[in-house]
Write a protein that binds this ligand. Structure first.
Ligand code: GLA
Length: 377
């Protein structure tokens, strides 16, 4: 990696990967279930301690550089990677974990703003770097929590924990079933039996903080407050059963009812999808992916014409078992479950609709990542 360090950095280590979510979107911040997996695109970082309180961060590809002193205020608005990297540095400094400043150089291959968790990969790469350089021995789940908090405080996105958790704890060739309430997780082996997961990028970029993401989260909170007036045991949408929802439909404005219906049904789909994946029932898994897309489009209203078009075109190809938007939505990528024999036709059908076809090969995770993801709390 090109660096601007006068001497080589002390340590380098496996990078932090992006992720693709197979099913379970907008459930994480509702204490629900998700089923993502890591992809073979990463952020790599090298770092070393400094003798002073300075922090120097360099983006290797663009040459952008930011200098700051620990504890001093800084404008986080640019470059766009700054909140994620410096946010982690400052958060750990505030918690009294950093004994000095640091030099950091990074580069990454996760496309920005595509719904593949480029920001979580930056946060986790930074946390791993600081963990190693300062011998912090951060528990992996605590590291994921810290990185999520950074996203809230420094980037203004009130995200759930799925992306950071997956980047830190995901394992090659396995999906990761996460219970976002207890933070228990299970690695689910992926045997796709003549099929592949294919990511297709609309090329439409939407910054999460600008989008309706935070608004959706607020809507879910409002729905919980209304439902609690009827059932005091409800503390999040995770606690709402389909029966409760239909019993109290008249308590909710139609849009909030639809948001709830998505979250409640999506949680069930995730659990079922996990079972289907474990038993190798890929057609059923694909049907759940399709149902998830419709629910995100119609009830949660986070799809986008370009995403719907890709999903629609995918379904024209014989051998496509499932197709859905992945991640927050509002642009970004779809994930598709495609028979290997159908890949040429899939490419012929979809490639003319997108600018960058290279993502279609980036599905299964990195072997190196397995080395840093052994511990589950
Ligand atoms: C973004 C957020 C996640 C999650 C997804 C939608 O990726 O960072 O926490 O909410 O959107 O599932």
């Amino acid at each position: 990696m090109p660096t601007t360090f006068a001497t080589p950095p002390a340590r380098s280590w496996p990078g932090a990967p992006g992720r693709v979510n197979l099913i379970g979107d907008h459930t994480d911040y509702n204490d629900g279930f998700v089923l993502p997996m890591i992809i073979d695109r990463h952020v790599e970082m090298v770092a070393r301690r400094r003798p002073d309180r300075q922090v120097q961060i360099v983006a290797a590809e663009s040459g952008e550089r930011v200098d700051n002193t620990l504890g001093e205020p800084i404008d986080y608005s640019s470059p766009n990677w700054l909140p994620y990297v410096l946010g982690v540095v400052h958060e750990l400094a505030q918690r009294g974990r950093l004994s000095s400043g640091i030099d950091i150089v990074f580069r990454g291959t996760v496309p920005r703003g595509a719904g593949l968790s480029s920001s979580a990969a930056l946060e986790v790469a930074t946390a791993l770097a600081l963990d190693t350089v300062f011998n912090l021995w951060l528990n992996p789940v605590d590291m994921a929590r810290l990185c999520r908090d950074v996203e809230h405080r420094y980037a203004g996105v009130r995200c759930g924990i799925m992306d950071q958790f997956t980047s830190r704890l995901g394992r090659s060739d396995h999906a990761l079933l996460i219970d976002c309430r207890s933070l228990e997780a299970r690695h689910v082996p992926m045997s796709l039996d003549g099929h592949r997961l294919v990511i297709v990028d609309t090329g439409d970029r939407r910054e999460l903080a600008d989008s309706a993401y935070n608004q959706r989260r607020t809507e879910c909170e409002k729905a919980v407050a209304l439902l609690r007036e009827e059932e005091t045991s409800i503390t999040s949408l995770r606690d709402v059963t389909p029966g409760m929802l239909s019993a109290h439909e008249n308590r909710l404005p139609p849009d909030l009812f639809a948001r709830c219906r998505h979250v409640v049904s999506e949680n069930h789909r995730v659990i079922e999808a996990c079972e289907r994946l474990s038993t190798g029932d890929l057609p059923a898994f694909g049907r759940l992916m399709n149902a998830s897309h419709l629910s995100l489009r119609n009830d949660f209203e986070v799809s986008h014409p370009a995403l719907d078009r890709l999903v629609e075109e995918a379904h024209r190809v014989d051998g496509v078992l499932g197709s859905r938007l992945t991640g927050a939505g509002f642009g970004g990528c779809t994930v598709n479950l495609v028979a290997e024999t159908a890949l040429p036709e899939f490419e012929q059908q979809l490639k003319p609709l997108v600018d960058d076809w290279s993502l279609q090969s980036i599905v299964v995770g990195t072997p190196e990542q397995a080395r840093v993801t052994e511990v589950i709390a």
